[in-house]
Structures are given as structure tokens and as C-alpha cells.
Design a protein around this ligand. Structure first.
Ligand SMILES: N=c1c2ncn([C@@H]3O[C@H](COP(=O)(O)OP(=O)(O)OP(=O)(O)O)[C@@H](O)[C@H]3O)c2ncn1[C@@H]1O[C@H](COP(=O)(O)O)[C@@H](O)[C@H]1O
Length: 126
């Protein structure tokens, strides 16, 4: 994944490094390049043409498949279903112009904060 900078709020762009960096960033660049593409030759372009609602539904289906695998013990199947989830998640972000860096930044901010401590702080605020 890339370092974070002031561009973290910008929409994703196909110009981002397509040959180096974390696979999620490289995949996001490929996905971004499919906007306006031919739905007959690109599954991503087909998803974009169907809109965020359909993409969200596909993400939900893939998530359920990952959940089902999560209840079993087959790591290879879980890895494949997880890859499907991540791909469809990236497509959904791209459909909304949400740059992956924005999500990486959110995760970075949470690193080092225990989920238990974070929940306690939230409960105090409520
Ligand atoms: N990582 C993926 C990826 N993971 C899953 N899928 C597709 O997601 C679809 C999910 O399968 P389903 O059977 O649930 O869906 P379906 O019946 O084909 O489609 P629906 O009619 O339900 O919409 C399959 O067609 C998979 O091929 C992906 N399609 C593309 N990518 C990546 O995206 C890149 C660009 O792909 P294209 O846009 O197709 O060129 C590829 O090089 C890959 O790196």
C-alpha cells in the first residue's frame, strides 16, 4: 500500500502505479481503468455499468460465501472467497470515487488502538 499524503481524499485515478506496490493498490488501478470500458470484455466495466446498488449486492453475495467458508476449515477456499470480497469491495469504492488510500488511512489511524479500548471510549461519549 502507498504512503499517505494530502491526496488521500481524491477520487481514484487509473494513472496510479500499475506495476509496483501492494497488490490491492495495483488491482485498484486496473479497476479504475475500466470506467467507461466495454462490458462485453471487462467484468469490472459490466459492474460499473450496472451501478453501485448491483455492485453492493454482488459484494454481499461474495461476503456471504466468505462467511460460509469461514465456518468450515478450508483455508484455500477461504482465501479464494476473500479475494472475491476484496475485488468487489474495491469495485464498489471505485464506483463511488472513494480512493483506497482513504480507507488505508482510516486503518492506519486505528493501528495501535485496542478495539476494546476504542469501544469503551465510545460508550463514555454516548
Ligand atoms: N479479481 C478479479 C475478480 N474476482 C472475481 N471476479 C469475477 O467476479 C465474478 C463473480 O462470479 P459470479 O459467478 O458470482 O458472478 P457472475 O454470475 O459471473 O456475474 P453476475 O451475472 O452475477 O453479475 C466472476 O465473473 C469472476 O471472474 C473478478 N473479476 C476481475 N478481477 C480482477 O479485475 C481485473 C480486471 O478484470 P476485467 O474488468 O474483467 O478485465 C482482472 O485482471 C482481475 O485482476
Amino acid at each position: 500500500m502507498t504512503a499517505h499524503d494530502d491526496s488521500s481524499e481524491s477520487a481514484d485515478t487509473p494513472q496510479r502505479a500499475a506495476t509496483e506496490g501492494h497488490v490491492l493498490d495495483r488491482l485498484a488501478a486496473v479497476i479504475a481503468s475500466r470506467h467507461g470500458g466495454d462490458p462485453a470484455s471487462s467484468y469490472t466495466a459490466k459492474l460499473f455499468s450496472q451501478g453501485p446498488e448491483k455492485i453492493s449486492k454482488k459484494l454481499g453475495e461474495e461476503a456471504v460465501e466468505a462467511v460460509i467458508e469461514g465456518t468450515k476449515g478450508d483455508r484455500a477456499r477461504l482465501a479464494e472467497e476473500s479475494a472475491d470480497v476484496l475485488y468487489h469491495m474495491l469495485v464498489l469504492w471505485s464506483a463511488h470515487g472513494l480512493a483506497p488510500d482513504t480507507v488505508w488511512h482510516a486503518l492506519e489511524k486505528r493501528l495501535g488502538t485496542s478495539g476494546i479500548a476504542e469501544k469503551k471510549a465510545r460508550d463514555k461519549q454516548a
